[in-house]
Design a protein around this ligand. Structure first.
Ligand SMILES: [Zn+2]
Length: 271
């Protein structure tokens, strides 16, 4: 692939995406074609230098004018994380939005390619999130959706379909959860997957939290790097695992006290 061969930073990023795709599969969070990833790679590539006429063009129903001319690496629809881990560019696409942000060019394919595929069906949700990030001027470049099993399992318990209780539980299971994720997790009550509602609700929650947990479905996360984004989900899931492990042993987990959590919050603020 020409663009990546000439660009060591992009090559490294694609390697990291493949590494994380492997982790998602190994964790059991990516059954069949579950999950999707997009990364804003505009800072890694000079868009001006790319000849776009020979690449397939796709018009979008919703325009994203603030993302005009930006470049993204995005997983393909129907593609599996376990395959992405081995062959990232056979399962993800490099795309560039046009100058109006109303459509995109598939840079990693020529018009004549016989292996053209579409980005994930959640791509509009990803673009909405990337646009929100740009609007607020923050530095997150990664959007990741996966079916983090233990976190989803928590949302099968009505008591924890409550953001406050959910965070108290997760922070209380392990000190590092508060240290690394003092903003906690945002909760979105069940919405049919693939609908606009899920994008709208997620956007609201992601303004305050780096992870949103969709009831009975999975997580949507944003982060500065693909590795850090994975780590955040991993930390939260560890807490959920400790909760279920303690329960499975026949005990109710004690959790950390409010005072202990307050102390950790101070540490987090100086981190
Ligand atoms: Zn999903």
């Amino acid at each position: 692939m020409r663009i990546t061969d000439q660009n060591p930073l992009l090559k490294k990023l694609i390697e990291n995406v493949a590494e994380v795709a492997g982790y998602l599969w190994e964790r059991g969070w990516a059954e069949r074609n579950a999950g999707n990833i997009s990364v804003n790679i505009s800072a890694l590539i000079s868009g001006e230098t790319i000849g776009i006429n020979s690449h397939p063009f796709v018009e979008m129903t919703t325009p994203y004018p603030e993302l005009a001319s930006m470049l993204f690496l995005v997983t393909g629809t129907g593609k599996r994380m376990r395959d992405l881990a081995r062959k990232p560019l056979d399962n993800a696409l490099l795309i560039q939005l046009n100058k109006k942000g109303s459509g995109y060019y598939v840079l990693s394919r020529e018009k004549s390619s016989d292996d053209i595929f579409m980005p994930t069906s959640e791509f509009p949700t990803h673009l909405g999130i990337h646009q929100m990030v740009k609007r607020r001027g923050s530095k997150e470049t990664v959007v990741l959706h996966t079916h983090a099993t233990e976190l989803v399992a928590l949302t099968q318990i009505q008591e924890y379909c409550n953001q406050e209780k959910l965070n108290k539980l997760l922070w209380g299971m392990h000190p590092e959860t508060m240290v690394f994720l003092p903003q906690g997790i945002g909760f979105v009550p069940y919405v049919t997957p693939g609908t606009d509602d899920i994008a709208t609700e997620s956007l609201k929650v992601l303004k305050k939290h780096p992870i949103v947990l969709w009831e009975k479905h999975g997580v949507f996360c944003i982060g500065d790097s693909i590795i850090d984004t994975f780590d955040n989900i991993d930390i939260m899931t560890k807490s959920a695992k400790i909760f279920f492990l303690t329960r499975s042993a026949g005990y109710s987990p004690e959790g950390l006290s409010d005072k202990e959590l307050e102390t950790l919050k101070v540490i987090a603020s100086n981190f």
